[in-house]
Design a protein around this ligand. Structure first.
Ligand code: FES
Length: 608
């Protein structure tokens, strides 16, 4: 994809691409600091600043010769034409959701008989409606609703469907429209977003759409985005606007392709981590990133129609509700997810683990719940990994020994030439290196001359030095999508060890807090796209989860998305999520004295 950019003095090419809306196609995990080396573009035409030392470190001579540059290091000096990497098909988990409980949606429709025009008792229109509406006291309404109802009565209509937000009339519809009360259930992930279109009358999900979070070009992790929002003039607004614009675009896309009138969408429910919900609301988020990690709000927020970041003219009647969070690092994605799998109603002791840019863990059952969040780092999302990538075409997502030939066998998304390695492939690779004896239990790459005799020759030949680093070669430049080698390095393995140790130590801390052994846990819910994609066997092999849990794992998919749908449709579910906000115990690991010791112990690849 080639993008043409107007010249704006004094900003980097990455910033210009963000302003143009094209940065969605770029990876920029470090948020523009020049340290990740991922924001690679090709300058097709135009004048710009000279190659920096950071670019010389990150790019090969061949790449520089071809005009490749790091977008965050380039200062345009005039009009520019820039070639962006091919946008891979984002493979985002957006599995189908079915709701089967008692339907008590956030927005309801109730058909009522209208009073005769000019009744002799002189009962006002709204007093008549108050007696006609069933099950609702203190009916309230706005002047706009009163005006439209008065006109309907004047016209001589006999009945109308009132659209109700609790006891508040938000709109009236002619009787024929009763069946069309729609809502959106939204999961705002740090990396990816899913919007589902929900029929609130029947409780069915009609359609859904997924996309990358456009804030990714400001950094792959929430901390980079909080820094941008807190430190840069207008940064918070920039992050809020790009998110709201993208969500509205996804909502419009869903409505148009399903033939839904924008005026019949009455509610959007948003799940997401606490930082995402602060950024969505345009609320200064710095407290989340700095000790003692205090968010501005955790309660559910409701923006009535016409207000809030989505309250413009596109969906004029749409209310926006944010699902309650528990703490700075246990967000609405987790409260909604835990309720969606039903952990808060079960007698059996369960562990809920959601590994993304952070690792959130909940342990408990219907009588008590305790949770924590680990700074697992985004290694499992491909960030901070030399050839790491998201789930895009060409990403190596599965990897194993080729048993018949003693070599390596891998699969890429879309069957494309290898372009990098994503989270599930990273776990497979770490497990394979340890299993085959190419690294020791401390995660040290063994010198080639010290490799055990059992290591097959083909795997041994992949243990090379590249750019001064010890690496395991996955694909040579000639085989890869971009002509550069794809590899997994010693430094990458250290990142994986840190991430897996953080999750494992978090689990251990919760178990110790409840004074139970891992064996007492009856089921492990592995949530999120990562949980569904990984080889559970390999995750256990590198000690991501305690070995006692090996036969108890259930991959439960995108529970945040499912929770957002249920929140839209069930009062009981909404109450349960609120109970989790108020009652689930939260442990802040950075204040836990024993945590660092556990973290160190779990750095070994054989610590389960
Ligand atoms: Fe440019 Fe990280 S090096 S965004």
């Amino acid at each position: 994809m080639v993008v043409e950019l107007e010249y704006i003095p004094g900003i980097t090419l990455l910033e210009a691409l963000r302003q143009n809306g094209a940065a969605t196609y770029l990876q920029a995990p470090c948020g523009g600091k020049g340290t990740c080396g991922k924001c690679i573009v090709r300058i097709a035409a135009g004048e710009c600043s000279a190659v920096t030392s950071r670019e010389r470190e990150a790019l090969s001579a061949d790449q520089l010769k071809k005009g490749m540059r790091l977008a965050c290091q380039v200062i345009p000096e005039g009009f520019m034409q820039v070639e962006l990497p091919a946008a891979g098909g984002a493979d985002i988990l957006s599995s189908a959701v079915q709701f089967s409980g008692r339907l008590t949606p956030l927005i309801t429709g109730q058909k009522v008989q209208l009073p005769e025009r000019g009744n002799k008792e002189q009962v006002s229109l709204f007093d008549s409606l108050r007696s006609a509406v069933v099950g609702i006291e203190d009916l309230s309404f706005s002047a706009a609703v009163a005006d439209s109802l008065a006109r309907v009565v004047r016209r001589g209509d006999k009945a109308v469907t009132l659209v109700l937000d609790g006891n508040r009339i938000v709109a009236q519809k002619s009787d024929a429209d009763k069946e069309s009360i729609r809502g959106f259930a939204v999961d705002i992930g740090t990396t990816t977003m899913v919007v589902s279109l929900v029929d609130m009358v029947s409780g069915t999900v009609n359609d859904r759409v997924a996309a990358l979070n456009p804030q990714s070009s400001f950094g792959s992790d929430v901390i980079s985005r909080i820094s941008h929002a807190s430190e840069k003039e207008g940064g918070l607004r920039e992050l809020q606007d790009c998110l709201a614009d993208k969500l509205l675009g996804m909502m419009k896309q869903l409505s148009l392709r399903n033939g839904i009138d924008f005026g019949s969408v009455y509610c959007a429910v948003l799940a997401g981590n606490t930082s995402m919900l602060h950024l969505f609301s345009g609320v200064f988020p710095l407290g989340i990133a700095q000790t003692p990690y205090v968010p501005v709000f955790t309660e559910g927020v409701k923006y009535i129609e016409g207000t809030g970041p989505l309250g413009g003219s596109v969906f004029p009647g749409m209310i926006t509700c944010l699902i309650p969070c528990r703490s700075a690092y246990i967000g609405a994605d987790i409260t909604a997810g835990v309720a969606a799998v039903g952990m808060d109603q079960q007698l059996q002791t369960a562990l809920f683990v959601d590994i993304g840019t952070n690792g959130e863990i909940v342990l408990g059952n219907s009588s008590e719940m305790v949770c924590c969040a680990t700074a697992a780092g985004p290694a499992f999302e491909g960030a901070h990994i030399a050839c790491g990538t998201g789930s895009v075409d060409g990403a190596i997502f599965a990897l194993k020994e080729d048993e018949s030939e003693g070599g390596l066998h891998f699969s890429t998304l879309g069957g494309a030439a290898p372009a990098g390695i994503c989270g599930s492939g990273i776990i497979d690779c770490a497990a394979l290196l340890y299993r085959q004896g190419l690294v020791d239990r401390k995660g040290r790459f063994l010198p080639v001359e010290n490799l055990p005799l059992t290591v097959p020759g083909e795997l041994k030949s992949r243990r090379i030095q590249l750019k001064g680093e010890e690496v395991f070669l996955l694909a040579a430049g000639a085989e890869s999508a971009h002509g550069e080698p794809v590899y997994f390095s010693q430094k990458d393995l250290r990142e994986v060890q840190l991430a897996k140790a953080a999750v494992a130590a978090g689990i251990q801390t919760l178990l110790d807090h409840r004074c139970i052994d891992a064996g007492a846990v009856e089921v492990v819910y592995l949530a999120g796209g990562f949980g569904s994609a990984i080889s559970v066997e390999n995750a256990f092999q590198i000690g991501l989860l305690p070995s006692e849990l090996e036969k108890k794992v259930e991959a439960v998919g995108n529970t945040a998305q499912r929770g957002a749908v249920f929140y839209l449709l069930s009062e009981d579910f909404r109450q349960r999520v609120e109970n989790l906000r108020q009652e689930m115990e939260y442990l802040e690991l950075s204040f836990d004295k024993g945590f660092s010791k556990k973290l160190m112990a779990h750095m070994y690849l054989d610590t389960r």
